[in-house]
Design a protein around this ligand. Structure first.
Ligand SMILES: Cc1cc2nc3c(=O)[nH]c(=O)nc-3n(C[C@H](O)[C@H](O)[C@H](O)COP(=O)(O)OP(=O)(O)OC[C@H]3O[C@@H](n4cnc5c(N)ncnc54)[C@H](O)[C@@H]3O)c2cc1C
Length: 555
Protein backbone atom coordinates (compact mmCIF):
# COMPACT_ATOMS: atom_id res chain seq x y z
CA UNK A 1 0.00 0.00 0.00
CA UNK A 2 1.22 3.43 -0.89
CA UNK A 3 2.35 5.15 2.32
CA UNK A 4 1.69 8.56 0.74
CA UNK A 5 -1.97 7.62 0.71
CA UNK A 6 -2.18 8.12 4.45
CA UNK A 7 -0.68 11.59 4.36
CA UNK A 8 -3.25 14.37 4.20
CA UNK A 9 -2.94 16.50 1.12
CA UNK A 10 -2.15 20.23 0.87
CA UNK A 11 -3.34 21.39 -2.51
CA UNK A 12 -2.19 24.55 -4.18
CA UNK A 13 -3.50 25.96 -7.44
CA UNK A 14 -2.01 28.94 -9.30
CA UNK A 15 -1.85 29.61 -13.03
CA UNK A 16 1.52 31.36 -12.75
CA UNK A 17 4.08 28.53 -12.92
CA UNK A 18 6.68 30.52 -10.97
CA UNK A 19 4.30 31.26 -8.10
CA UNK A 20 2.89 27.74 -8.17
CA UNK A 21 6.36 26.22 -7.86
CA UNK A 22 7.30 28.62 -5.09
CA UNK A 23 4.20 27.84 -2.99
CA UNK A 24 4.69 24.11 -3.43
CA UNK A 25 8.39 24.37 -2.54
CA UNK A 26 7.70 26.38 0.61
CA UNK A 27 4.94 24.01 1.66
CA UNK A 28 7.06 20.91 1.10
CA UNK A 29 9.94 22.35 3.09
CA UNK A 30 7.82 22.75 6.17
CA UNK A 31 5.03 20.16 5.80
CA UNK A 32 6.51 17.58 3.43
CA UNK A 33 7.12 14.96 6.08
CA UNK A 34 3.54 14.68 7.29
CA UNK A 35 1.69 15.87 4.19
CA UNK A 36 1.59 15.41 0.49
CA UNK A 37 1.75 18.61 -1.49
CA UNK A 38 -0.25 18.53 -4.73
CA UNK A 39 0.17 21.35 -7.23
CA UNK A 40 -2.15 22.34 -10.09
CA UNK A 41 -1.98 25.13 -12.65
CA UNK A 42 -5.70 25.67 -13.23
CA UNK A 43 -8.98 25.23 -11.43
CA UNK A 44 -9.97 22.41 -13.78
CA UNK A 45 -6.71 20.56 -13.21
CA UNK A 46 -7.06 20.98 -9.45
CA UNK A 47 -10.63 19.65 -9.55
CA UNK A 48 -9.46 16.63 -11.53
CA UNK A 49 -6.81 15.98 -8.90
CA UNK A 50 -9.40 16.32 -6.12
CA UNK A 51 -11.74 13.85 -7.81
CA UNK A 52 -8.97 11.32 -8.00
CA UNK A 53 -8.03 11.90 -4.37
CA UNK A 54 -11.66 11.43 -3.40
CA UNK A 55 -11.90 8.11 -5.20
CA UNK A 56 -8.68 6.96 -3.60
CA UNK A 57 -10.09 7.74 -0.18
CA UNK A 58 -7.37 10.29 0.55
CA UNK A 59 -7.85 13.30 2.79
CA UNK A 60 -7.34 16.91 1.85
CA UNK A 61 -6.38 19.11 4.77
CA UNK A 62 -6.11 22.48 3.05
CA UNK A 63 -6.47 24.14 -0.34
CA UNK A 64 -4.65 27.31 -1.33
CA UNK A 65 -6.10 28.87 -4.46
CA UNK A 66 -4.98 31.88 -6.40
CA UNK A 67 -7.83 34.31 -6.96
CA UNK A 68 -6.90 35.62 -10.40
CA UNK A 69 -6.90 32.67 -12.74
CA UNK A 70 -8.32 32.62 -16.29
CA UNK A 71 -11.38 30.44 -17.00
CA UNK A 72 -12.08 29.59 -13.38
CA UNK A 73 -11.09 31.98 -10.62
CA UNK A 74 -10.06 30.91 -7.14
CA UNK A 75 -13.51 31.42 -5.63
CA UNK A 76 -15.23 29.43 -8.33
CA UNK A 77 -12.68 26.69 -7.84
CA UNK A 78 -13.09 26.61 -4.06
CA UNK A 79 -16.85 26.54 -4.43
CA UNK A 80 -16.67 23.37 -6.51
CA UNK A 81 -13.86 21.88 -4.45
CA UNK A 82 -16.05 22.14 -1.36
CA UNK A 83 -18.54 19.77 -2.97
CA UNK A 84 -15.82 17.13 -2.93
CA UNK A 85 -13.97 17.97 0.31
CA UNK A 86 -16.20 20.11 2.52
CA UNK A 87 -13.90 19.73 5.51
CA UNK A 88 -10.72 20.85 3.79
CA UNK A 89 -9.73 24.33 4.97
CA UNK A 90 -9.50 27.08 2.38
CA UNK A 91 -7.18 30.00 1.71
CA UNK A 92 -7.26 32.46 -1.15
CA UNK A 93 -4.07 33.96 -2.55
CA UNK A 94 -4.81 37.57 -3.41
CA UNK A 95 -3.11 40.80 -4.30
CA UNK A 96 -3.90 44.08 -2.49
CA UNK A 97 -6.08 45.18 -5.35
CA UNK A 98 -8.47 42.29 -4.86
CA UNK A 99 -10.28 43.27 -1.68
CA UNK A 100 -13.62 42.93 -3.47
CA UNK A 101 -12.82 39.35 -4.21
CA UNK A 102 -12.04 38.76 -0.59
CA UNK A 103 -15.44 39.98 0.50
CA UNK A 104 -17.18 37.91 -2.13
CA UNK A 105 -15.25 34.87 -0.99
CA UNK A 106 -16.43 35.19 2.58
CA UNK A 107 -20.03 35.06 1.44
CA UNK A 108 -19.59 32.30 -1.07
CA UNK A 109 -17.04 29.81 0.08
CA UNK A 110 -16.32 30.59 3.69
CA UNK A 111 -12.62 31.18 3.17
CA UNK A 112 -10.57 30.73 6.33
CA UNK A 113 -7.66 32.99 5.37
CA UNK A 114 -6.29 35.34 2.75
CA UNK A 115 -2.70 35.20 1.83
CA UNK A 116 -1.36 38.38 0.36
CA UNK A 117 1.24 37.87 -2.31
CA UNK A 118 4.18 37.90 -1.97
CA UNK A 119 4.36 36.12 1.40
CA UNK A 120 8.11 36.31 2.07
CA UNK A 121 9.41 35.35 4.51
CA UNK A 122 7.18 32.26 4.67
CA UNK A 123 8.01 31.73 8.37
CA UNK A 124 6.14 34.91 9.12
CA UNK A 125 3.50 35.16 6.44
CA UNK A 126 2.74 31.70 5.07
CA UNK A 127 3.41 29.08 7.75
CA UNK A 128 1.34 30.59 10.56
CA UNK A 129 -1.65 30.63 8.22
CA UNK A 130 -1.12 27.07 6.99
CA UNK A 131 -0.50 25.88 10.58
CA UNK A 132 -3.88 27.33 11.52
CA UNK A 133 -5.58 25.72 8.53
CA UNK A 134 -4.16 22.30 9.38
CA UNK A 135 -5.02 22.64 13.05
CA UNK A 136 -8.62 23.56 12.24
CA UNK A 137 -8.86 20.65 9.82
CA UNK A 138 -7.53 18.21 12.44
CA UNK A 139 -10.04 19.53 14.92
CA UNK A 140 -12.86 18.75 12.51
CA UNK A 141 -12.34 15.03 13.19
CA UNK A 142 -11.43 14.09 9.63
CA UNK A 143 -9.45 10.89 9.53
CA UNK A 144 -8.01 8.90 6.68
CA UNK A 145 -9.57 5.50 6.26
CA UNK A 146 -8.68 3.29 3.34
CA UNK A 147 -11.60 1.17 2.42
CA UNK A 148 -13.74 -0.06 -0.40
CA UNK A 149 -16.78 2.12 -0.82
CA UNK A 150 -20.15 1.39 -2.36
CA UNK A 151 -22.41 4.19 -3.40
CA UNK A 152 -25.98 3.14 -4.04
CA UNK A 153 -29.53 3.37 -3.00
CA UNK A 154 -31.45 1.58 -0.33
CA UNK A 155 -34.10 0.30 -2.72
CA UNK A 156 -31.84 -0.53 -5.64
CA UNK A 157 -31.68 -4.29 -6.29
CA UNK A 158 -28.22 -4.12 -7.97
CA UNK A 159 -26.91 -2.16 -4.95
CA UNK A 160 -28.19 -4.87 -2.63
CA UNK A 161 -26.60 -7.56 -4.82
CA UNK A 162 -23.19 -5.85 -4.78
CA UNK A 163 -23.28 -5.31 -1.01
CA UNK A 164 -24.36 -8.89 -0.43
CA UNK A 165 -21.60 -10.16 -2.71
CA UNK A 166 -18.89 -8.27 -0.82
CA UNK A 167 -20.31 -9.15 2.59
CA UNK A 168 -20.52 -12.84 1.73
CA UNK A 169 -16.94 -12.79 0.52
CA UNK A 170 -15.89 -11.18 3.82
CA UNK A 171 -14.62 -8.06 2.03
CA UNK A 172 -15.18 -5.03 4.30
CA UNK A 173 -16.65 -1.94 2.69
CA UNK A 174 -18.32 1.30 3.61
CA UNK A 175 -21.73 2.00 2.22
CA UNK A 176 -22.99 5.45 1.17
CA UNK A 177 -26.40 6.20 -0.21
CA UNK A 178 -26.90 8.75 -2.95
CA UNK A 179 -29.25 10.58 -0.58
CA UNK A 180 -26.39 11.61 1.70
CA UNK A 181 -23.86 14.34 0.91
CA UNK A 182 -20.78 12.09 0.94
CA UNK A 183 -22.54 9.64 -1.38
CA UNK A 184 -23.29 12.45 -3.81
CA UNK A 185 -19.69 13.66 -3.58
CA UNK A 186 -18.34 10.21 -4.41
CA UNK A 187 -20.79 9.86 -7.28
CA UNK A 188 -19.62 13.19 -8.64
CA UNK A 189 -15.98 12.25 -8.24
CA UNK A 190 -16.64 9.02 -10.13
CA UNK A 191 -18.33 10.95 -12.92
CA UNK A 192 -21.39 8.74 -12.51
CA UNK A 193 -25.05 9.60 -12.49
CA UNK A 194 -27.67 7.99 -10.23
CA UNK A 195 -28.79 5.55 -12.93
CA UNK A 196 -25.34 3.96 -12.84
CA UNK A 197 -25.43 2.70 -9.25
CA UNK A 198 -23.98 0.90 -7.57
CA UNK A 199 -20.61 2.57 -7.88
CA UNK A 200 -17.90 0.48 -6.25
CA UNK A 201 -14.73 2.40 -5.41
CA UNK A 202 -11.66 0.31 -4.69
CA UNK A 203 -8.91 1.28 -2.26
CA UNK A 204 -6.68 2.32 -5.13
CA UNK A 205 -9.31 4.69 -6.44
CA UNK A 206 -10.86 2.78 -9.35
CA UNK A 207 -14.54 3.58 -9.73
CA UNK A 208 -16.62 0.72 -11.15
CA UNK A 209 -20.04 1.74 -12.43
CA UNK A 210 -22.79 -0.89 -12.06
CA UNK A 211 -20.21 -3.69 -12.12
CA UNK A 212 -20.84 -7.43 -12.38
CA UNK A 213 -19.83 -9.74 -9.50
CA UNK A 214 -16.84 -10.93 -11.52
CA UNK A 215 -15.68 -7.36 -12.13
CA UNK A 216 -16.01 -6.51 -8.45
CA UNK A 217 -14.25 -9.73 -7.49
CA UNK A 218 -11.16 -9.06 -9.57
CA UNK A 219 -11.03 -5.39 -8.60
CA UNK A 220 -11.06 -6.14 -4.88
CA UNK A 221 -8.42 -8.84 -5.14
CA UNK A 222 -10.44 -12.06 -5.13
CA UNK A 223 -9.07 -14.77 -7.41
CA UNK A 224 -11.16 -15.20 -10.53
CA UNK A 225 -8.74 -16.76 -13.00
CA UNK A 226 -7.31 -20.26 -12.73
CA UNK A 227 -3.53 -20.54 -12.45
CA UNK A 228 -3.38 -23.39 -14.93
CA UNK A 229 -5.66 -25.31 -17.28
CA UNK A 230 -5.27 -28.84 -15.93
CA UNK A 231 -5.80 -30.11 -12.39
CA UNK A 232 -6.12 -33.41 -10.60
CA UNK A 233 -9.44 -32.34 -9.14
CA UNK A 234 -12.00 -29.66 -9.91
CA UNK A 235 -14.60 -29.00 -7.22
CA UNK A 236 -17.70 -27.15 -8.41
CA UNK A 237 -19.42 -25.25 -5.59
CA UNK A 238 -17.95 -23.69 -2.45
CA UNK A 239 -20.50 -24.68 0.21
CA UNK A 240 -19.61 -27.05 3.07
CA UNK A 241 -19.42 -30.04 0.71
CA UNK A 242 -17.14 -28.27 -1.77
CA UNK A 243 -14.98 -26.82 1.00
CA UNK A 244 -14.72 -30.27 2.59
CA UNK A 245 -13.56 -31.68 -0.75
CA UNK A 246 -11.05 -28.86 -1.26
CA UNK A 247 -9.53 -29.29 2.22
CA UNK A 248 -9.17 -33.06 1.89
CA UNK A 249 -8.19 -32.98 -1.79
CA UNK A 250 -5.45 -30.39 -1.35
CA UNK A 251 -4.19 -31.78 1.95
CA UNK A 252 -3.84 -35.21 0.36
CA UNK A 253 -1.68 -33.90 -2.42
CA UNK A 254 -4.19 -33.47 -5.26
CA UNK A 255 -3.79 -30.36 -7.36
CA UNK A 256 -7.19 -28.96 -6.51
CA UNK A 257 -9.22 -25.99 -7.71
CA UNK A 258 -12.59 -24.99 -6.29
CA UNK A 259 -14.93 -22.94 -8.47
CA UNK A 260 -17.62 -20.89 -6.76
CA UNK A 261 -20.27 -18.83 -8.50
CA UNK A 262 -20.87 -16.35 -5.70
CA UNK A 263 -19.16 -16.68 -2.35
CA UNK A 264 -17.56 -19.56 -0.51
CA UNK A 265 -19.83 -20.79 2.27
CA UNK A 266 -22.90 -21.64 0.25
CA UNK A 267 -26.16 -21.83 2.18
CA UNK A 268 -24.28 -22.46 5.41
CA UNK A 269 -22.43 -19.18 4.96
CA UNK A 270 -25.74 -17.34 5.24
CA UNK A 271 -26.79 -19.07 8.45
CA UNK A 272 -26.74 -16.72 11.43
CA UNK A 273 -26.12 -19.53 13.91
CA UNK A 274 -25.47 -23.20 13.35
CA UNK A 275 -26.10 -24.94 16.65
CA UNK A 276 -25.86 -28.58 15.66
CA UNK A 277 -22.44 -28.81 14.03
CA UNK A 278 -20.12 -31.14 15.87
CA UNK A 279 -17.56 -29.46 18.11
CA UNK A 280 -19.33 -26.12 18.59
CA UNK A 281 -21.41 -26.49 21.76
CA UNK A 282 -22.21 -22.77 21.82
CA UNK A 283 -23.07 -22.64 18.12
CA UNK A 284 -21.12 -20.87 15.41
CA UNK A 285 -22.12 -18.41 12.75
CA UNK A 286 -22.16 -19.98 9.30
CA UNK A 287 -19.95 -17.23 7.93
CA UNK A 288 -17.30 -17.90 10.57
CA UNK A 289 -17.36 -21.64 10.12
CA UNK A 290 -17.10 -21.53 6.36
CA UNK A 291 -14.51 -18.75 6.35
CA UNK A 292 -12.27 -20.95 8.50
CA UNK A 293 -12.81 -23.82 6.08
CA UNK A 294 -11.95 -21.56 3.16
CA UNK A 295 -8.70 -20.46 4.81
CA UNK A 296 -7.91 -24.05 5.68
CA UNK A 297 -8.34 -25.10 2.04
CA UNK A 298 -6.10 -22.24 0.89
CA UNK A 299 -3.50 -23.16 3.52
CA UNK A 300 -3.29 -26.66 2.05
CA UNK A 301 -2.78 -25.18 -1.41
CA UNK A 302 -6.26 -25.38 -2.95
CA UNK A 303 -6.99 -22.68 -5.49
CA UNK A 304 -10.28 -20.87 -4.89
CA UNK A 305 -11.97 -19.13 -7.79
CA UNK A 306 -14.79 -16.75 -6.92
CA UNK A 307 -17.58 -15.31 -9.07
CA UNK A 308 -17.11 -18.00 -11.72
CA UNK A 309 -20.18 -19.81 -12.92
CA UNK A 310 -19.75 -23.32 -14.28
CA UNK A 311 -22.15 -23.82 -17.19
CA UNK A 312 -21.10 -27.13 -18.74
CA UNK A 313 -19.34 -30.41 -18.04
CA UNK A 314 -17.84 -32.38 -20.90
CA UNK A 315 -16.06 -35.72 -21.14
CA UNK A 316 -13.01 -35.76 -23.40
CA UNK A 317 -11.34 -39.16 -23.11
CA UNK A 318 -9.99 -39.42 -19.58
CA UNK A 319 -10.25 -35.66 -19.07
CA UNK A 320 -13.27 -34.05 -17.40
CA UNK A 321 -13.73 -30.56 -18.82
CA UNK A 322 -15.51 -27.78 -16.97
CA UNK A 323 -16.74 -24.79 -18.97
CA UNK A 324 -17.24 -21.31 -17.50
CA UNK A 325 -19.90 -18.77 -18.40
CA UNK A 326 -17.40 -16.82 -20.54
CA UNK A 327 -16.65 -19.92 -22.62
CA UNK A 328 -13.21 -20.66 -21.18
CA UNK A 329 -12.47 -24.13 -19.79
CA UNK A 330 -10.34 -26.02 -17.33
CA UNK A 331 -9.85 -29.78 -17.17
CA UNK A 332 -9.02 -32.41 -14.59
CA UNK A 333 -8.75 -36.13 -13.99
CA UNK A 334 -11.77 -35.94 -11.68
CA UNK A 335 -14.61 -33.58 -10.76
CA UNK A 336 -16.69 -33.25 -7.60
CA UNK A 337 -20.08 -31.60 -8.09
CA UNK A 338 -21.07 -29.83 -4.87
CA UNK A 339 -23.48 -27.23 -6.17
CA UNK A 340 -26.05 -27.55 -3.38
CA UNK A 341 -29.49 -26.03 -3.67
CA UNK A 342 -31.08 -22.60 -4.03
CA UNK A 343 -34.28 -21.17 -2.64
CA UNK A 344 -37.40 -21.69 -4.64
CA UNK A 345 -39.00 -18.49 -5.93
CA UNK A 346 -42.19 -17.37 -4.23
CA UNK A 347 -44.67 -17.28 -7.08
CA UNK A 348 -47.02 -14.71 -5.50
CA UNK A 349 -47.68 -11.71 -7.77
CA UNK A 350 -45.33 -8.79 -7.14
CA UNK A 351 -42.51 -10.81 -5.56
CA UNK A 352 -40.40 -11.07 -8.67
CA UNK A 353 -40.60 -7.38 -9.32
CA UNK A 354 -39.69 -6.39 -5.78
CA UNK A 355 -36.80 -8.81 -5.30
CA UNK A 356 -33.86 -6.89 -3.85
CA UNK A 357 -36.19 -3.97 -3.06
CA UNK A 358 -37.83 -5.36 0.06
CA UNK A 359 -38.25 -8.99 -1.00
CA UNK A 360 -35.14 -11.01 -0.23
CA UNK A 361 -34.21 -14.66 -0.63
CA UNK A 362 -32.33 -16.08 2.33
CA UNK A 363 -31.06 -14.24 5.31
CA UNK A 364 -29.82 -11.04 3.64
CA UNK A 365 -27.90 -10.10 6.77
CA UNK A 366 -26.77 -6.83 5.22
CA UNK A 367 -30.39 -5.69 5.59
CA UNK A 368 -30.38 -6.02 9.39
CA UNK A 369 -29.68 -2.31 10.11
CA UNK A 370 -32.55 -1.36 7.78
CA UNK A 371 -34.95 -3.49 9.79
CA UNK A 372 -34.53 -1.58 13.04
CA UNK A 373 -37.91 -0.58 14.43
CA UNK A 374 -39.80 -2.26 11.57
CA UNK A 375 -42.22 -5.19 11.27
CA UNK A 376 -40.62 -7.85 9.10
CA UNK A 377 -42.08 -11.06 7.67
CA UNK A 378 -40.35 -14.36 7.02
CA UNK A 379 -41.82 -17.07 4.81
CA UNK A 380 -40.92 -20.67 5.62
CA UNK A 381 -41.15 -23.21 8.38
CA UNK A 382 -37.76 -24.94 8.32
CA UNK A 383 -34.64 -24.33 10.42
CA UNK A 384 -33.29 -21.71 8.04
CA UNK A 385 -36.44 -19.58 8.52
CA UNK A 386 -36.32 -20.14 12.29
CA UNK A 387 -32.70 -18.99 12.52
CA UNK A 388 -33.52 -15.93 10.48
CA UNK A 389 -36.43 -15.12 12.81
CA UNK A 390 -34.11 -15.30 15.84
CA UNK A 391 -31.56 -13.10 14.05
CA UNK A 392 -33.98 -10.42 12.87
CA UNK A 393 -35.81 -10.30 16.21
CA UNK A 394 -32.71 -8.53 17.57
CA UNK A 395 -33.14 -5.73 15.05
CA UNK A 396 -36.78 -5.48 14.04
CA UNK A 397 -39.73 -4.32 16.11
CA UNK A 398 -41.51 -7.55 15.30
CA UNK A 399 -40.88 -10.67 13.23
CA UNK A 400 -43.74 -12.74 11.85
CA UNK A 401 -43.09 -16.22 10.51
CA UNK A 402 -45.57 -17.10 7.79
CA UNK A 403 -45.91 -20.88 7.67
CA UNK A 404 -48.05 -22.89 5.29
CA UNK A 405 -48.29 -25.95 7.60
CA UNK A 406 -50.36 -26.37 10.74
CA UNK A 407 -47.36 -26.13 13.05
CA UNK A 408 -43.61 -25.83 13.03
CA UNK A 409 -43.07 -29.21 14.63
CA UNK A 410 -42.89 -31.25 11.45
CA UNK A 411 -40.34 -28.96 9.77
CA UNK A 412 -38.20 -27.24 12.42
CA UNK A 413 -35.81 -28.58 15.08
CA UNK A 414 -37.18 -28.66 18.60
CA UNK A 415 -34.39 -26.44 20.01
CA UNK A 416 -35.25 -23.68 17.54
CA UNK A 417 -38.98 -23.84 18.25
CA UNK A 418 -38.18 -23.42 21.95
CA UNK A 419 -35.92 -20.45 21.20
CA UNK A 420 -38.62 -18.78 19.13
CA UNK A 421 -41.26 -19.31 21.80
CA UNK A 422 -39.08 -17.47 24.28
CA UNK A 423 -38.70 -14.35 22.10
CA UNK A 424 -41.44 -11.80 22.71
CA UNK A 425 -41.39 -10.03 19.37
CA UNK A 426 -41.56 -13.19 17.25
CA UNK A 427 -45.02 -14.32 16.10
CA UNK A 428 -45.94 -17.38 14.08
CA UNK A 429 -48.88 -17.49 11.66
CA UNK A 430 -49.57 -21.03 10.62
CA UNK A 431 -51.87 -22.24 7.78
CA UNK A 432 -50.97 -18.98 6.04
CA UNK A 433 -49.26 -18.04 2.79
CA UNK A 434 -48.20 -14.78 1.17
CA UNK A 435 -50.67 -14.14 -1.66
CA UNK A 436 -49.27 -10.90 -3.07
CA UNK A 437 -46.54 -8.32 -2.56
CA UNK A 438 -46.99 -4.71 -3.60
CA UNK A 439 -45.28 -1.33 -3.52
CA UNK A 440 -44.07 1.31 -5.92
CA UNK A 441 -40.38 2.03 -5.39
CA UNK A 442 -40.06 -0.79 -2.86
CA UNK A 443 -42.11 -3.32 -0.90
CA UNK A 444 -44.90 -1.66 1.08
CA UNK A 445 -47.57 -4.31 1.65
CA UNK A 446 -48.14 -8.03 1.53
CA UNK A 447 -51.37 -9.96 1.48
CA UNK A 448 -51.61 -12.88 3.88
CA UNK A 449 -54.01 -15.66 2.83
CA UNK A 450 -55.28 -18.00 5.53
CA UNK A 451 -56.25 -21.52 4.56
CA UNK A 452 -59.85 -20.84 5.66
CA UNK A 453 -60.17 -18.14 2.99
CA UNK A 454 -59.59 -15.07 5.18
CA UNK A 455 -57.14 -12.50 3.80
CA UNK A 456 -55.32 -9.62 5.43
CA UNK A 457 -53.26 -6.78 3.97
CA UNK A 458 -50.31 -5.88 6.20
CA UNK A 459 -47.73 -3.14 5.85
CA UNK A 460 -44.09 -4.17 5.73
CA UNK A 461 -40.91 -3.14 3.99
CA UNK A 462 -39.07 -6.46 4.42
CA UNK A 463 -40.07 -9.96 3.38
CA UNK A 464 -37.48 -12.73 3.67
CA UNK A 465 -38.19 -15.96 1.80
CA UNK A 466 -36.92 -19.36 2.90
CA UNK A 467 -39.02 -21.82 0.96
CA UNK A 468 -38.03 -25.13 -0.50
CA UNK A 469 -34.75 -25.86 -2.04
CA UNK A 470 -34.04 -26.79 -5.57
CA UNK A 471 -30.83 -27.85 -7.26
CA UNK A 472 -29.68 -25.76 -10.19
CA UNK A 473 -28.47 -28.55 -12.42
CA UNK A 474 -30.05 -27.89 -15.82
CA UNK A 475 -26.56 -27.41 -17.23
CA UNK A 476 -25.92 -31.10 -16.46
CA UNK A 477 -28.89 -32.27 -18.49
CA UNK A 478 -27.89 -35.20 -20.67
CA UNK A 479 -24.50 -35.48 -18.97
CA UNK A 480 -25.23 -37.10 -15.61
CA UNK A 481 -28.40 -38.86 -14.50
CA UNK A 482 -30.72 -36.77 -12.32
CA UNK A 483 -34.06 -37.33 -10.63
CA UNK A 484 -37.21 -35.50 -11.72
CA UNK A 485 -36.36 -32.51 -9.47
CA UNK A 486 -32.80 -32.22 -10.73
CA UNK A 487 -30.94 -33.91 -7.85
CA UNK A 488 -28.06 -36.05 -9.11
CA UNK A 489 -28.17 -39.83 -8.72
CA UNK A 490 -25.06 -41.55 -7.42
CA UNK A 491 -23.69 -44.99 -6.52
CA UNK A 492 -26.16 -47.78 -5.80
CA UNK A 493 -29.13 -45.50 -6.68
CA UNK A 494 -27.95 -45.60 -10.29
CA UNK A 495 -28.48 -49.34 -10.54
CA UNK A 496 -31.91 -50.23 -11.86
CA UNK A 497 -32.68 -53.91 -11.37
CA UNK A 498 -28.96 -54.43 -10.97
CA UNK A 499 -28.26 -52.75 -14.35
CA UNK A 500 -25.54 -50.13 -14.57
CA UNK A 501 -26.40 -46.72 -16.05
CA UNK A 502 -26.53 -46.31 -19.84
CA UNK A 503 -23.13 -45.64 -21.34
CA UNK A 504 -21.28 -46.92 -18.26
CA UNK A 505 -18.28 -48.86 -19.58
CA UNK A 506 -16.22 -49.73 -16.53
CA UNK A 507 -16.09 -53.22 -15.19
CA UNK A 508 -17.39 -52.18 -11.80
CA UNK A 509 -20.44 -50.47 -10.31
CA UNK A 510 -20.31 -46.72 -9.69
CA UNK A 511 -18.67 -45.92 -6.37
CA UNK A 512 -20.96 -44.75 -3.59
CA UNK A 513 -20.78 -40.98 -4.46
CA UNK A 514 -19.99 -41.44 -8.15
CA UNK A 515 -22.41 -40.15 -10.79
CA UNK A 516 -23.34 -41.90 -14.02
CA UNK A 517 -20.09 -40.55 -15.49
CA UNK A 518 -16.97 -42.26 -14.12
CA UNK A 519 -14.66 -39.80 -12.37
CA UNK A 520 -17.48 -37.32 -11.70
CA UNK A 521 -18.50 -37.44 -8.04
CA UNK A 522 -21.30 -35.69 -6.15
CA UNK A 523 -21.37 -34.40 -2.57
CA UNK A 524 -23.83 -32.55 -0.36
CA UNK A 525 -27.34 -31.23 -0.90
CA UNK A 526 -27.29 -31.60 -4.69
CA UNK A 527 -27.02 -35.37 -4.41
CA UNK A 528 -30.29 -37.26 -4.68
CA UNK A 529 -31.41 -38.70 -1.33
CA UNK A 530 -28.74 -36.80 0.62
CA UNK A 531 -29.26 -35.54 4.15
CA UNK A 532 -29.55 -31.76 4.02
CA UNK A 533 -27.15 -30.85 6.81
CA UNK A 534 -23.80 -29.09 7.14
CA UNK A 535 -22.15 -32.09 8.81
CA UNK A 536 -23.28 -34.55 6.16
CA UNK A 537 -22.23 -32.19 3.35
CA UNK A 538 -18.74 -31.85 4.85
CA UNK A 539 -18.58 -35.61 5.40
CA UNK A 540 -19.58 -36.36 1.83
CA UNK A 541 -17.04 -33.81 0.55
CA UNK A 542 -14.29 -35.65 2.40
CA UNK A 543 -15.54 -39.07 1.39
CA UNK A 544 -15.75 -38.08 -2.27
CA UNK A 545 -12.02 -37.33 -2.21
CA UNK A 546 -11.27 -40.84 -0.97
CA UNK A 547 -13.30 -42.19 -3.87
CA UNK A 548 -11.45 -39.88 -6.28
CA UNK A 549 -8.18 -41.50 -5.11
CA UNK A 550 -9.68 -44.93 -5.75
CA UNK A 551 -10.76 -43.83 -9.21
CA UNK A 552 -7.34 -42.35 -10.02
CA UNK A 553 -5.63 -45.62 -9.00
CA UNK A 554 -7.60 -47.36 -11.77
CA UNK A 555 -6.37 -44.98 -14.45
C1 LIG B 1 -30.16 -20.10 6.45
C2 LIG B 1 -29.78 -21.56 6.55
C3 LIG B 1 -29.49 -22.09 7.79
C4 LIG B 1 -29.10 -23.43 7.90
N1 LIG B 1 -28.80 -23.93 9.14
C5 LIG B 1 -28.35 -25.19 9.27
C6 LIG B 1 -27.98 -25.71 10.54
O1 LIG B 1 -28.09 -25.03 11.55
N2 LIG B 1 -27.48 -26.95 10.60
C7 LIG B 1 -27.33 -27.73 9.49
O2 LIG B 1 -26.83 -28.84 9.61
N3 LIG B 1 -27.69 -27.29 8.27
C8 LIG B 1 -28.20 -26.05 8.13
N4 LIG B 1 -28.58 -25.58 6.90
C9 LIG B 1 -28.44 -26.45 5.73
C10 LIG B 1 -26.98 -26.47 5.25
O3 LIG B 1 -26.50 -25.15 5.17
C11 LIG B 1 -26.85 -27.17 3.92
O4 LIG B 1 -27.27 -28.50 4.08
C12 LIG B 1 -25.40 -27.15 3.42
O5 LIG B 1 -24.96 -25.82 3.25
C13 LIG B 1 -25.26 -27.90 2.11
O6 LIG B 1 -23.97 -27.74 1.65
P1 LIG B 1 -23.56 -27.94 0.12
O7 LIG B 1 -22.11 -27.65 0.03
O8 LIG B 1 -24.04 -29.26 -0.34
O9 LIG B 1 -24.41 -26.87 -0.70
P2 LIG B 1 -24.56 -25.30 -0.58
O10 LIG B 1 -24.32 -24.85 0.80
O11 LIG B 1 -25.86 -25.02 -1.22
O12 LIG B 1 -23.37 -24.73 -1.48
C14 LIG B 1 -23.38 -24.88 -2.89
C15 LIG B 1 -22.48 -23.82 -3.51
O13 LIG B 1 -22.31 -24.10 -4.88
C16 LIG B 1 -22.34 -22.89 -5.62
N5 LIG B 1 -22.77 -23.20 -6.99
C17 LIG B 1 -23.97 -23.68 -7.38
N6 LIG B 1 -23.99 -23.86 -8.71
C18 LIG B 1 -22.77 -23.49 -9.17
C19 LIG B 1 -22.18 -23.43 -10.47
N7 LIG B 1 -22.84 -23.85 -11.55
N8 LIG B 1 -20.92 -22.95 -10.58
C20 LIG B 1 -20.23 -22.54 -9.49
N9 LIG B 1 -20.74 -22.58 -8.24
C21 LIG B 1 -22.00 -23.05 -8.08
C22 LIG B 1 -23.36 -22.03 -4.87
O14 LIG B 1 -23.15 -20.65 -5.13
C23 LIG B 1 -23.06 -22.42 -3.43
O15 LIG B 1 -22.10 -21.57 -2.84
C24 LIG B 1 -29.00 -24.25 6.75
C25 LIG B 1 -29.32 -23.71 5.50
C26 LIG B 1 -29.69 -22.38 5.40
C27 LIG B 1 -30.02 -21.81 4.06
Amino acid sequence: MNSAVNKPVLLTVDDDPGVSRAVARDLRRRYGEGHRVVRASSGQEALEALRELKLRGEQVAAMLADYRMPEMNGIEFLEQAMDLFPRARRALLTAYADTDAAIQAINLVDVDHYLLKPWDPPEEKLYPVVDALIETWRGSGATAVEEIKIVGHRWSAPTYAARDFLARNAVPYRYYTIDEPEGRRLLEAAGADPTEIPVVITTDGQALLAPSDARIASAVGLTVDPATDFYDLIVVGGGPAGLGSAVYGASEGLRTVLVERQAAGGQAGTSSRIENYLGFPDGVSGAQLTDRARRQAVKFGAEMLTARDVVALEVQGSARVVRFGDGSTISAHAVILATGVDYRSLMAPGCDDLTGRGVFYGSANTEAPECVGRDVYIVGGANSAGQAAVFFSRHARSVTLVVRGESLHSSMSHYLIQQLEAIENVHVRTCTTVGEASGDEHLEKIRLDHVDGATELVETSHLFIFIGAQPQTDWLDGVVERDERGFIWTGPDLLVDGERPAGWQLDRDPFYLESSVPGVFVAGDVRAQSVKRVASAVGEGAMAVTLVHRYLEEQ
